[in-house]
Design a protein around this ligand. Structure first.
Ligand code: NAD
Ligand code: TYD
Length: 369
């Protein structure tokens, strides 16, 4: 009997994926962690420089849409689990290129589900007809709170409306529509074939290694370089922010202890209007950069609103708190300070990402293998 667990993490070179890979590589030296990533513009192997030589880590370059390659990898490695994070993740890009999101987020997920099912079927239980045995591969799908649509602003004041696991899906952007579709496929593979699946829907993450096209790292980069900070529309839109390492911890718990077929909402209980968040960030950055108070906020520039801009996201994380004992560890102000410190101390990372040179790291490190 095999004792070593093999886990394939898709999208492990991205923002959240790299934190998940690092956590699993460090916490579980007895596991084999395989990072399967296409290295799109959002995939950055320098994110994992500190663990890339660990004996329990393997990087495989590949596209989740490449069914032959995925099947070959699964047959060769016989993974016990898939933690699926690979996706196109930026709402603005989904507005200009929706088809890319359908391909990666929907079709890519179904390719992975098929490959997981093909392995699981080898352990078919004849008594349960075509349904697979529960000892098969665990498929963990990482999703977003954006599938639930948009909440009214009044909840922020009254504290009365949140997304629960029972909230009806109501996606508005091509990104959230593609994630919603992929969530439905994952549940369909559980209900139809008995595949062991778990899902989680998380709120906005922030932290180190965040690609500077998203609000917080973009604002940090622009403040640092004295460039305008674009705030869409009125800046009244509300997001619930969670430190990325707290998300990685939640993913660890759901993967190991989540009940098959169940969904867990993950959130920071930390709602901020975009304009207020940016003002806080400006105050922190003035302090860190030794600028007179009030300097950076002069860079705030209100620009045209995003099409179909969801007003408010807010997660009710009661289920994961009570069933799995998870809760966020960091207060937002502290997490934001740590994030700013990381970006200021890692100018080479930001330079690599903004110049595009990070994309050569694969060739340098792996010689194109
Ligand atoms: P990201 O854009 O930073 O990283 C995505 C990763 O997937 C990259 O490494 C990229 O190279 C890889 N990838 C993309 N297409 C691929 C393909 N066809 N084959 C293989 N790899 C591919 O994304 P992120 O912000 O880290 O998000 C990771 C996951 O978490 C996504 O599924 C996203 O929907 C979900 N999520 C993100 C947030 C957030 O705030 N960022 C919140 C909730 C859920
Ligand atoms: P983003 O980081 O793109 O995450 P998401 O759209 O998935 O929530 O955006 C967070 C919020 O910030 C969202 O309300 C859009 C807004 N935003 C801006 O105001 N300016 C910007 O330059 C960006 C990228 C986002």
């Amino acid at each position: 009997m095999r004792t070593r667990k093999t886990i394939v993490v898709t999208g492990g070179a991205g923002f959240i994926g790299s934190h998940v890979v690092r956590r699993f590589v460090r916490q579980y030296p007895e596991y084999k962690i395989i990072n399967f990533d296409k290295l799109t513009y959002a995939g950055n192997l320098t994110n994992l420089r500190d663990i890339e030589d660990e004996p329990n880590y393997l990087f495989v370059k590949g596209d989740i849409l490449d069914a032959g390659l995925v099947q070959q990898l699964f047959e060769q490695e016989q993974p016990d689990g898939i933690i699926h994070l690979a996706a196109e993740s930026h709402v603005d890009r989904s507005i200009s290129n929706p088809l890319d999101f359908v391909q990666t987020n929907v079709l890519g997920t179904v390719v992975l589900l098929n490959a997981a099912l093909a392995l699981s079927n080898k352990e078919k239980d004849p008594k349960r007809n075509w349904k697979i045995n529960s000892t098969g591969i665990r498929f963990y799908h990482i999703s977003t709170d954006e599938v639930y649509g948009s909440l009214e602003a009044k909840g922020l004041v009254a504290g009365e409306t949140y997304f629960t696991e029972e909230t009806r899906y109501d996606p508005h952007s091509p990104y959230s529509a593609s994630k919603a579709a992929s969530d439905h496929f994952v549940r369909a593979y559980h209900d139809t074939y008995g595949l062991d699946v778990v899902l989680s829907n998380c709120s906005n993450n922030y932290g180190s290694h965040h690609f500077p096209e998203k609000l917080i790292p973009l604002a940090i980069n622009n403040i640092k370089n004295n460039k305008p900070i674009p705030i869409y529309g009125s800046g009244e839109n509300v997001r619930d922010w969670l430190w990325v390492e707290d998300h990685a911890k939640a993913i660890d718990l759901v993967f190991h202890q989540g009940e098959s077929g169940e969904t867990y909402n993950i959130g920071g209980n930390n709602e901020w209007r975009n304009a207020d968040l940016i003002r806080l960030l400006c105050r922190i950055m003035d302090g860190k950069l030794g600028r007179p108070p009030g300097t950076s906020k002069q860079l705030i520039t209100f620009v045209e609103d995003r099409a179909g801009h969801d007003l408010r996201y807010a997660i009710d994380a009661t289920k994961i708190r009570t069933k799995l004992g998870w809760q966020p560890s960091l207060k937002f102000e502290e997490g934001l300070e740590r994030t700013v410190d990381w970006f200021l101390a890692n100018q080479d990372w930001l330079d690599g990402v903004t110049s595009g040179s990070y994309q050569d790291y694969y060739e340098q490190q792996y010689g194109g293998r």
